[in-house]
Design a protein around this ligand. Structure first.
Ligand code: IMP
Length: 429
């Protein structure tokens, strides 16, 4: 067993990372979110009570843990306040939460800009892209700027000034009347956001230098779990650009987002037994007809953050192999295998055909991907529901073969299999 674990998505998000993180939390002391923002979403169910979380690591429900929102995250202070207040209404004692001081803030102007430009990409409209854009353009506001009111006021003045120009230009480009957009008043923004900052502190959140904190923790022998949001194919560099998010959800993003290089790290890649995608972008194994609808209904494939129906398709091992190359996966957590029960013949994409040529490397080139046709291996399905299976040999022979085929193709062991929605409906190998 390694000291530290990273959990990364191997597809387009929504692989069920929340449940895997929840299971692994027990073996770790500290849980770190290292990238993304309130565009993520998972619902943790504890003793029948649902806790929908978009920003805070799910480890927050266990009072003996420490949770960290790392510097690679873009933080919407309003969402943080809302999530903490909701949690405090439902649970007596939660984990302590720390916040990286270099974390960038999502401001109201980012959501307006996302509303203008994000539509054609199908973003979650949470202001993620514009907040990262401002960060990269070196005009963002960071947690460190909220430590004094005068500094925060200055940062808001500067941020608003440039953003009003950007919004006006973007609205013009998109053919939207500037006057129809929400009004931005700097005094109101300062008042509201300063209040939110005070509330965050009142709720016990402490601001830290994340990397230093983690290094000290490592020296004390603490085990750290890195919770990735989104997934490899949504990575700003390695995903299907431009149909991607604006952060690095891959394992490389961990070093950057946590400001720390953990020794002795193992990487768990989370992969659904089929594929889904929300928003626009390529999807070589997408199922358009009844079969896709069946998987969507049985898998409950609707967005946690936006409620949008997810596009569904067969498992794609070209994608999985690419995710393995980028992240160096030590073990796969294969989720939602039960959703495939009752489908007579299952397909798994092994490679693609482009203009008569076979390719087995995921190019992430949107233009090429629009032309590919997936080549499938056909596998026999199984009838039985899987919920009762607790060891690998309990699974129907066909389900075992499905898993062994994945392992043989990728050369990576499947270490965990999800056989139902409950916390206990899982097989460890
Ligand atoms: P953004 O992250 O809101 O900018 O959205 C960019 C793309 O990433 C869109 O296609 C979103 O649907 C997708 N996306 C962002 N977060 C998630 C997630 O947690 N699960 C699945 N897709 C996501």
């Amino acid at each position: 067993m390694t000291m530290h674990t990273a959990v990364v998505g191997m597809q387009w998000g929504d692989e069920g990372k929340g449940k895997i993180v929840d299971l692994l939390t027990h073996d770790h002391d500290i849980i770190v979110r290292y990238a993304g923002g309130a565009n993520a979403g998972h619902t943790v169910v504890v003793e029948g009570v649902k806790y929908p979380l978009h920003l805070i690591p799910s480890g927050i429900l266990q009072s003996d843990k420490i949770c960290i929102i790392g510097d690679g995250v873009v933080l919407d202070p309003m969402v943080l306040v809302e999530e903490l207040q909701q949690l405090d209404k439902k649970i007596r004692k939660r984990a302590k939460l720390f916040l990286g001081r270099k974390t960038q803030l999502i401001m109201p102007w980012h959501k307006i800009r996302d509303g203008l430009s994000g539509g054609k990409l199908g973003t979650t409209m949470r202001g993620i892209g514009p907040a990262y854009t401002d960060a990269t353009a070196r005009r963002g506001i960071r947690v460190i700027d909220t430590l004094s009111k005068s500094r925060f006021k200055q940062a808001i003045n500067d941020g608003l000034m440039i953003n009003l120009h950007l919004i006006e230009a973007e609205a013009k480009f998109m053919g939207v009347e500037f006057d129809t957009l929400p009004k931005l008043d700097k005094n109101n923004i300062l008042l509201e956001y300063w209040q939110a900052c005070l509330e965050i502190k009142r709720l016990g959140v402490e601001i830290i230098e994340t990397g230093e904190f983690l290094l000290d923790a490592e020296e004390l022998g603490k085990r750290i779990l890195y919770e990735g949001a989104q997934a490899t194919l949504l990575d700003i560099t390695h995903g299907d650009y431009p149909y991607v998010t604006s952060s690095h959800p891959t394992v490389g993003g961990l070093y950057h987002g946590a400001g720390f290089r953990p020794r002795d790290l193992s990487v768990v890649g989370v992969m659904k037994a089929y594929c889904t995608r929300v928003g626009e972008g390529p999807f070589p194994t997408e199922l358009q007809g009844k079969q896709g609808e069946l998987i969507r209904e049985r898998g409950g494939e609707y967005g946690t953050t936006t409620g949008r129906p997810r596009r569904c398709g067969w498992l794609d091992l070209v994608v999985a192999d690419y995710a393995n190359r980028i992240n160096g996966i030590d073990g796969i957590a294969l989720t939602k295998l039960d959703v495939l029960s009752g489908i007579k013949r299952l397909k798994i994409a092994e490679n693609y055909n482009v203009d008569g040529k076979i390719i087995d490397d995921y190019s992430a080139d949107v233009e090429q991907l629009s032309k590919v046709k997936a080549n499938y291996s056909i596998m026999d399905g199984w009838e039985d529901k899987l919920g009762k299976a607790s060891v690998f040999s309990d699974l129907p022979k066909e389900a075992q073969k499905y898993i062994e085929f994945i392992e043989a193709t990728l050369g990576v062991p499947v270490v965990l299999i999800g056989v139902g929605p409950g916390r206990e409906e899982v097989i460890f190998r």
